[in-house]
Ligand binder design. Structure first.
Ligand code: ASP
Length: 326
């Protein structure tokens, strides 16, 4: 072959590889993984019956194992996050998918988002009423559209185009939530919610985050919280960390909690632990909620300033824990 042509081919091949790396920067390929998840923070009474506590911790452990089995076999953080949250969306104990709380009108409006720390690609849906797995629809928004956030009917039309079946809104009418909304109406205070989230570092050094919720119980129809807002309830950047929040969404939006975590690390040089402490104790107020975070080295944090936060963590180094209170 003409030497000039071979050099040209080599240069072209190298630039393709370079472009691929530039688009998907890998920060640290340690071969280790960490997965952290939450099932909501709030006023979780320590007087909870043993059977209820066990039922929550069993569900958290089951979700962790789903994520672990993906990460163990070199699967991606993004797949682990999506599959863990899909599981939570089928468990009525949690305020996501089937267990979504009621709006003030007695309906259900679900929010979710997902983010890939490799290249900041992200997708979200808000106010969907007929979607069983908002987390997967969020991933479709990320991968199959030019947009980041689709709402309500538009999101559902997009779901149908993607072949996702619509479910009737009444499918979310569970006994547990119906009882809670009655209690809520009498007390009119913010309560524990059971939003779910997951963050992960995979063996390839990539971070991902996702969050899914029915929102705040008794919310005004049309209200959107922090969970589908990239930078408020969810954020992931390989350079810094992956974050998923739970609690009083309006506060998380005002403080841009998830992005601020990343910004404190990137621009102020804070460690994950320092950034988490700054946010939970200085930027959020008592009882606002909590969040989970993991950095590119696999360090993790699960700060909260409410009574409790359903949470769990597993690592390739053998950590496997599920907890509710401090
Ligand atoms: N942050 C969610 C929202 O405000 C609720 C929660 O996490 O419990 O919609």
């Amino acid at each position: 072959m003409n030497p000039f042509r071979s050099i040209l081919i080599i240069v072209m091949l190298l630039s393709v590889v370079f472009l691929a790396i530039a688009q998907h920067p890998v920060t640290s390929n340690t071969g280790r993984y960490t997965i952290v998840l939450h099932g909501g923070a709030g006023n979780i009474s320590t007087a909870m019956p043993d059977s209820t506590r066990r039922s929550y911790t069993d569900a958290l452990a089951h979700a962790l194992k789903i994520g672990q089995s993906i990460l163990d076999t070199s699967g991606t953080a993004l797949d682990a996050v999506e599959q863990v949250i899909r599981y939570f969306e089928t468990d009525p104990q949690f305020n996501a998918g089937i267990g979504a709380v009621y709006t003030a009108d007695g309906t259900h409006e679900l929010d979710a988002s997902i983010m890939d720390g490799r290249d900041l690609s992200c997708g979200a849906v808000a106010g969907v009423r007929q979607i069983a797995h908002p987390i997967s629809l969020s991933r479709m928004v990320m991968e199959r559209t030019k947009h980041v956030l689709l709402t309500g009917e538009g999101a559902e039309r997009f779901a149908q185009r993607m072949g996702v079946p619509l479910v009737p809104n009444t499918i979310f009418n569970t006994q547990k939530r119906a009882k809670e909304i009655e209690e809520y109406k009498q007390r009119l205070e913010k309560e524990k919610n059971g939003t779910v989230g997951c963050v992960a570092l995979d063996r390839h050094g990539n971070l991902a985050a996702g969050t899914s919720t029915g929102g705040m119980p008794g919310k005004m129809p049309g209200r959107v919280g922090d969970s589908p807002i990239i930078g408020a309830g969810t954020y992931a950047n390989n350079k810094t960390c992956a974050v998923s929040g739970t609690g009083w969404g309006e506060k998380f939006i005002k403080q841009g909690v998830a992005f601020t975590m990343s910004a404190l690390m990137e621009f102020k040089g804070m460690t994950l632990a320092e950034a988490a402490e700054e946010i939970i104790s200085k930027r959020l107020e008592s009882n606002d909620g909590g969040f989970i975070a993991v950095d590119a080295k696999g360090n993790y944090a699960t700060p909260f300033n409410a009574h409790g936060m359903f949470r769990g963590v597993a690592t390739s180094d053998g950590v496997f824990e599920v907890t509710i209170w401090k």
